[in-house]
Design a protein around this ligand. Structure first.
Ligand code: TA6
Length: 297
């Protein structure tokens, strides 16, 4: 049942949470004392997070669609219940193409603002999947915290993949380095999923990059020499990290992505994919938690 904007307005909080229609899609704007965020109900998609004194933390393509037929290109697409391309059903699951329900908003004593979303229960069945309970909590404060919780209400095991497919804004792709993955094996999708091991303390990006790091539970850091900041991607409940930049050829092939936008973004995605997929016993839950922060260097 699509959200009615008037009904949504009951979740507004003076000077903290406002809700409006933006390009036909309901959008939530969150303001705290020194940060701001935006979340669309379409996909429960965080599209903006910014500390007052800094450039935006998240990248959104200037050519992104903002309609119910497409995932927003940028921000934090929620990937569930599968990651990657499946011949008959497409790429990255149906959660990011669904209008989620906003169930609660609250301001905490520490000044943070918390928003709770649920995936409508009928969506899984409509897509031929078992009906798991999927909740998403966003906490906006000095940091951006996102928690995706999947619960198995069924009488049999439930297996799925999940990922917060985060697009970060960078000053210049060749002036960043990515650290925290030393010694971790990865599947190199640019070389037919060849299995390799990251040998460096940090690595740079100078061509199409699409690496699925497996058994990678640790924090990743993006060091941005041009924007003079480092971004920390802390996480729990996640054993996979994916690093992606399409570079120019793939950029030109994406109609919802500017030809040269690859220079100003990198995806560092946190989830549980491939051999790290999750199997929940009946009644069990799993929470994927990501905490994003930045500091000057
Ligand atoms: O996470 C990296 C990746 O799987 C790439 O292979 C590329 O397909 C990217 O996701 C974007 O996927 P999307 O469906 O958002 O165009």
């Amino acid at each position: 049942m699509p959200n009615n904007i008037e009904q949504l307005r009951k979740h507004e909080i003076a000077n903290r949470v406002t809700i409006e229609k933006d390009g036909g899609l309901p959008k939530i704007t969150v303001t705290t004392s020194n940060t701001a965020a935006e979340i669309y109900l379409h996909g429960a998609h965080v599209t903006r997070f910014r500390k007052n004194s800094e450039p935006p933390l998240l990248f959104v393509s200037a050519k992104s669609h903002f309609d119910t037929a497409h995932s927003i290109r940028g921000g934090v697409p929620i990937i569930f219940p599968w990651f990657g391309d499946r011949a008959d059903v497409g790429l990255h699951g149906f959660a990011r193409l669904t209008e989620w329900e906003l169930t609660k908003t609250s301001e905490k004593p520490d000044g943070s603002v918390q928003l709770h979303f649920s995936l409508p229960e009928n969506i899984s069945a409509k897509n031929g999947w078992p009906t798991a309970k999927v909740d998403f909590t966003v906490t906006v404060h000095d940091k951006l915290t996102m928690e995706l919780t999947v619960t198995n209400p069924l009488k049999e095991d439930f297996t799925f993949e999940d990922c917060l497919h985060t697009y970060f804004e960078v000053g210049e792709i060749e002036n960043i380095s990515i650290a925290g993955l030393k010694g971790i094996s990865y599947l190199d999708k640019t070389e037919n999923f060849a299995r390799k091991v990251e040998s460096g303390d940090a690595f740079k990006i100078s061509s199409e990059t699409d690496r699925v790091f497996l058994n990678a539970p640790g924090t990743v850091e993006i060091r941005d020499e041009k924007l003079r900041r480092k971004i920390l991607i802390e996480k729990s409940g996640s054993n996979s990290t994916v690093v992606w930049n399409p570079w120019i050829t793939k950029a030109k092939a994406m109609p919802d992505f500017g030809d040269m936008e690859f220079k100003h973004m990198v995806c560092v995605e946190s989830g549980n994919v491939a051999e790290n997929k999750i199997t929940l016993a009946p009644g069990a839950s799993a929470t994927l938690k990501v905490v994003l922060s930045s500091q000057p260097i």
